[in-house]
Write a protein that binds this ligand. Structure first.
Ligand SMILES: Nc1nc2c(ncn2[C@@H]2O[C@H](COP(=O)(O)OP(=O)(O)O)[C@@H](O)[C@H]2O)c(=O)[nH]1
Ligand SMILES: [Mg+2]
Length: 625
């Protein structure tokens, strides 16, 4: 049904399981898992049977989809989800979340409604509150769920239970749209025409005074103003006659009231143009995959009787995402290496392939991972890539070794035959043997010179032939004792010289390995620093967005004469500014911390890396000759 985020019909995302506890449905989770692009999440809440599902279908650009209830009982249970390609933001998926109606007496479980409301807030980037009639005190009282958010959602993990965290809500909450259905009033204030937004703002105006009654009146208004930085209102007239409305799914566009149609269109346009991609603390945009994980993290908290906490959720989410990021980056690295490397090959070429593959893999990691504080996961990736590369180097050694051995066997075949036939055990045989050995060694070198194990293999061969050489020498009557002695020494020297060549060969490999590590280290540091700069920039923009909203709110409060409220807003502004300053000044020290951490990680690998590669060939060789 779903492919790459496209769904022909909505599915249930969250519902009650057989024990009456909320759970995330696997089918929906799987769909979200497959969405690797950013998501714009629009959720709708409000009393049951107020046309929520209908308006969501319009957002999906469909006549039907979310089930409509034409009877008094509400159709939608839990939270339903429909992912469609975003109509105007390329590379984004529009995720529509339709919630079950609040206040359905049949259900008789108030807490359930509260959680559905909270989840709609927590999961969306735009929250549509849908109500019928007018925005009056009653409508606002029905929105008491907003006032309960402070008890049911925590932003920070460490703040004490009774600490007021509502100041942080604005930073993490969605933008807010109030959709007023069956609106019959004229948008006028006195004689003046007003916009629907002004209508909403005037309904949210606070009352002066501090009586309990005023407090009660102000509470939902204050919550809306303080929690939701961006507020918008649309008023819709009745869409059609009562008779027609029972079969709204079947109605053609021109059966609908033109004014309703116009409002519906401008509502959809506003959502398409203005609803932002879903972000989490720190201003990071999340993908469908992360949204699914986020839903699970919140549901898990609610199931275990805890208050969902945004900060904890981000930590859990980061863990899930980072584990995946390591897996996928490593997979990418391996695929790249296996497709590019043809063993045996020049270690320098292999190293170049490794460098490119590792750079790309780190990019894969960086785009997927987040909040990898202290670079724990990046270090894990570094270690894993390092091990894979080391394996690859070993395989390269072995492949080279095998090829050199094969060439060696071929080239020295005549000599071996001669030895076993006793061809050289005669007067003048030694010189013959020695010349043959030299000539074949040159031939062997000519054939294997590009191979890393070439000198090493030859060195081991010469060493293994030392006794045979001496035997031939002893048997050669044409040489005087002194000459023989000289030859024994020369043979020894030759073996030593060859051994030296083998060692030099291995040293070059060690040097290569060292350079690889250095490159890897530099690459990681570079990428982390870039990533941190991006993260920092995102955080700064996020803070500025909130700061702007708070300043605006403070101005409005002042204009309307609410000094005390304005002062409270000012103190929120001040503390936000302090936070922003702290973040600004902590940047350089974090950078040097990164260098330290990655540096330590690299030096941990380095000593293990060099001997292992260099020692490998020798241990194998010693078993062979
Ligand atoms: N009065 C009125 N009814 C509507 C409107 N939009 C849809 N309906 C009808 O109201 C009933 C409930 O709609 P539905 O979207 O299922 O409401 P929900 O329970 O809030 O999701 C259906 O028969 C719809 O056709 C509207 O704007 N005004
Ligand atoms: Mg519905």
């Amino acid at each position: 049904m779903a492919c790459g985020g496209f769904m022909s019909a909505p599915v249930c995302l969250i519902e009650n399981d057989e024990n009456g506890k909320l759970c995330v449905k696997k089918q929906a989770k799987d769909i979200l898992d497959g969405i690797k692009e950013p998501v714009v999440v629009v959720s709708v809440v409000g009393l049951y049977r107020t046309g929520k599902s209908y308006i969501m279908n319009r957002l999906a650009g469909q006549q039907s989809g979310f089930a409509l209830g034409s009877t008094i009982e509400s159709k939608t249970k839990g939270i339903w989800m429909w992912c469609v390609p975003h109509p105007s933001k390329k590379g984004h998926t529009l995720v529509l979340l339709d919630t079950e109606g609040l206040g359905d007496v049949e259900k008789g479980d108030e807490k359930h409604d509260t959680w559905i409301f909270c989840l709609a807030v927590l999961l969306s980037s735009t929250l549509v509150y849908n109500s019928s009639g007018v925005i009056d005190n009653m409508a606002l009282e029905k929105l008491h769920y907003v006032t309960e958010l402070t008890e049911n959602i925590r932003v920070k993990a460490e703040a004490s239970q009774d600490e007021d965290q509502s100041a942080d809500f604005m930073r993490v909450f969605p933008s807010f749209v109030w959709a007023v259905r069956d609106f019959t009033l004229e948008l006028k204030k006195g004689d003046d025409q007003i916009t629907s937004d002004e209508y909403l703002e005037s309904a949210l105006k606070l009352k002066t005074g501090s009586s309990a009654q005023t407090e009660r009146y102000n509470l939902p208004r204050r919550c809306l103003r303080h929690f939701f930085a961006v507020r918008k209102c649309f008023v819709f007239p009745r869409p059609a006659s009562t008779q027609n409305m029972r079969r709204m799914e079947e109605l053609e566009e021109n059966d609908l009231d033109p004014e309703f149609l116009e409002q519906a269109k401008s509502f959809c346009r506003y959502i398409y143009d203005n609803a932002e991609p879903k972000i989490i603390s720190g201003g990071r945009i999340i993908t469908g995959t992360a949204l699914g994980n986020l839903a699970e993290v919140y549901i898990e908290a609610i199931r275990s009787g805890k208050v969902p906490c945004l900060e904890n959720a981000v930590v859990s989410l980061a863990k899930i995402q980072n584990v995946r990021a390591v897996e996928q980056a490593l997979e990418f690295y391996m695929t790249e290496m296996l497709s590019m490397a043809q063993l045996p090959m020049d270690p320098e070429d292999l190293s170049n392939i490794h460098t490119v593959a590792e750079k790309k893999a780190t990019e894969v990691f960086i785009t997927m991972s987040f909040n990898d504080n202290d670079q724990i996961y990046q270090q894990e990736l570094m270690g894993k890539i390092h091990n894979e590369y080391q394996d690859m180097c070993q395989q390269n050694h072995e492949a080279s070794l095998m090829q050199c051995e094969e060439v060696l066997r071929e080239v020295f075949d005549t000599l071996e035959k001669g030895i076993s036939d006793g061809l050289y055990l005669k007067t003048g045989g030694y010189r013959q043997y020695r010349d043959m050995l030299r000539q074949l060694a040159e031939e062997y070198r000519a054939k294997t010179q590009s191979h890393i194990m070439c000198e090493e293999v030859l060195s081991m061969y010469l060493k293994a032939k030392e006794d045979v050489g001496n035997m031939i020498l002893q048997a050669d009557q044409s040489l005087s004792a002194a000459e023989q002695e000289k030859e024994v020494q020369r043979l020894k020297n030759e073996i030593l010289e060859q051994r030296q060549r083998g060692l030099e060969e291995q040293n070059r490999l060690q040097e290569q390995a060292f350079q690889d590590m250095q490159r890897t280290h530099d690459e990681h540091v570079n990428q982390i620093i870039h990533q941190m700069e991006r993260e920092h920039e995102r955080m700064r923009r996020d803070n500025e967005r909130v700061l702007e909203a708070k300043l605006r709110e403070k101005e409005t409060l002042l204009e309307q004469g609410f000094q005390k409220e304005a002062a409270r807003m000012q103190s929120e502004i001040d503390s936000l500014k302090t936070d922003m300053n702290k973040q600004e000044t902590s940047q350089p020290s974090t950078t040097s911390k990164v260098m330290d951490i990655v540096g330590t990680a690299a030096s941990l690998f380095l000593p293990g890396f060099v001997p292992k590669v260099a020692g490998f060939g020798l241990s194998l060789l010693s078993k062979r000759f």
